[in-house]
Design a protein around this ligand. Structure first.
Ligand code: MLT
Length: 302
């Protein structure tokens, strides 16, 4: 019988129903399979029994891939399993940005207790005029599962979508509607778009891939959304661009000491995949990958 160690975030109850002929263990050293969500494993020394690690999520930057490969440990992830949830939050970010929802709510809260609320509301209505997203240009950097879902949803909402993915091949392409255009370069995408959203995995080659040069190519007053990883963006450069007004708003799902200081930012605590549905889908897919490997030697999404 194989043993599974549950590192974090996957409910024990859910696991028991999925793992009828596996035993859950509290001893990581004796587990052949490890399930992990976002805990950082770089400092982790695996036990001799470990054969596979399944990451319930898309990004594998919390896993030392090379070292585990040298140790003969297979690593799985769950691409696409949380894509719908991330897409929904990206759309939420786009709409919050376009309609000035958060500053309006904050402004109105401060008016509490004023005698003539109707007059206050009239003033707010004028002060927080927004724009529609229909007809606006959205750049999607990275057209994997999440980027493709975002691109298609934005097209359905009437946006003009420019996708860019240097690694996109015909065979590897996710289903992107024909109505979305493919930008030939990151620079072209930056020049064209009113909103830009990034959906690429963080690797050791791309920290800061959105930096001074890319920001300089962007339109004045662009809105930039980051639901991938904060390190993909040079946030020092982003801070300067927010200060000058070059970037009107930075919507980021990553709270860190710097992003928390930006006045023109909507910062959320990595909520992209934090839905009941996404957590279930990722956990189920990760467990199935582990079982299939340990039982049958099959490798999927490695
Ligand atoms: C992912 O990589 O799948 C997302 O960042 C979600 C998460 O890990 O919580």
């Amino acid at each position: 019988m194989f043993h599974i160690y549950r590192k974090n975030a996957i409910s024990e109850e859910g696991l028991k129903s999925l793992l009828p002929h596996f035993a859950l263990t509290d001893e990581q050293e004796e587990a052949e399979g490890i399930l992990v969500r976002s805990a950082d494993m770089h400092e982790e020394k695996l036990g001799a029994a470990t054969l596979a690690v399944a990451r319930a999520g898309a990004g594998v930057n919390n896993i030392p891939l090379e070292r585990f490969a040298e140790e003969g440990v297979v690593v799985f992830n769950t691409p696409g399993a949380n894509a719908n949830s991330v897409k929904e939050l990206v759309l939420c970010g786009l709409l919050l940005a376009a309609r000035n929802v958060l500053p309006a709510v904050e402004w109105l809260r401060e008016k509490q207790g004023e005698a003539d609320i109707a007059k206050v509301a009239e003033q707010g209505k004028k002060q927080f005029v927004g724009t529609e997203i229909r007809g606006k240009k959205l750049g999607v950097i990275g057209l994997g599962a999440i980027g493709a879902e975002v691109a298609n949803a934005a097209v359905a909402l009437g946006m003009e979508v420019y996708g860019y993915d240097p690694y996109l091949s015909v065979n590897g392409a996710w289903r992107i509607t024909k109505e979305a255009r493919h930008a030939t370069s990151l620079e072209e995408l930056c020049k064209q778009c009113d909103y830009i959203t990034i959906h690429v995995p963080l690797t050791d080659k791309n920290p800061g891939m959105i930096g001074e040069k890319e920001i300089a190519a962007m339109k004045e007053g662009v809105v930039f959304l980051n639901f991938s990883r904060d390190k993909l963006v040079d946030e020092q450069a982003m801070g300067r661009a927010l200060e000058s007004g070059k970037v009107r708003l930075y919507v980021t799902d990553f709270a860190n000491p710097l992003s928390m200081t930006f006045p023109q930012a909507i910062v959320t605590p990595h909520l992209g995949a934090s839905t009941e549905e996404a957590e279930d889908h990722c956990a189920v897919m990760a467990v199935k990958e582990l079982m299939d490997y340990l039982d049958n030697g099959n490798i999927r999404n490695s």
